[in-house]
Design a protein around this ligand. Structure first.
Ligand code: THU
Length: 131
């Protein structure tokens, strides 16, 4: 049973702490982990633009640093309409931990899109290749 509202609130809260002075596009991500905890991340940009970090990958790395490797649910909050989905890099990063996971995309206007990682990342990279 996923408490989606708690995840949305956590993603919105961390989004407010995004460091995005260049794009002015703040992103907040919240992961429900296997122990029931919520781990969050926001995007952190850099004056050397290519060093910028996405919210979803920051959440994943924070979770792994806590010894948590199985996200059960993901929420991403942006200001886009329709709400933005994770970029390709973030999809592959999530895929490293789970084959599939529900991902709820949200904006502050209340628009919500339900996706799954499997829908967003079909035929993902597999390593090592099947024998
Ligand atoms: N961004 C994310 O945080 N997650 C994504 O999946 C795509 C993009 C951030 C990176 C950058 O700080 C800003 O959004 C604009 O691209």
């Amino acid at each position: 049973m996923v408490d989606w509202e708690a995840l949305v609130a956590a993603a919105a809260e961390v989004r407010a702490r995004a460091h995005a002075p260049y794009s002015r596009f703040a992103v907040g991500a919240a992961l429900l982990m296997e122990d029931g905890s919520i781990v969050t991340g926001c995007n952190v940009e850099n004056r050397s633009y290519g060093l910028s970090l996405c919210a979803e990958r920051n959440a994943v790395t924070a979770a792994v640093g806590r010894g948590l490797k199985k996200p059960l649910a993901v929420v991403v909050v942006t200001s886009s309409s329709p709400p933005s989905a994770p970029c390709g890099m973030c999809r592959e990063t999530l895929r490293e931990l789970v084959d599939d996971v529900p991902i709820l995309l949200v904006n502050p206007e209340g628009e919500r899109l339900e996706r799954t990682l499997a829908e967003l990342l079909p035929d993902s990279f597999v390593f090592p290749p099947p024998a």
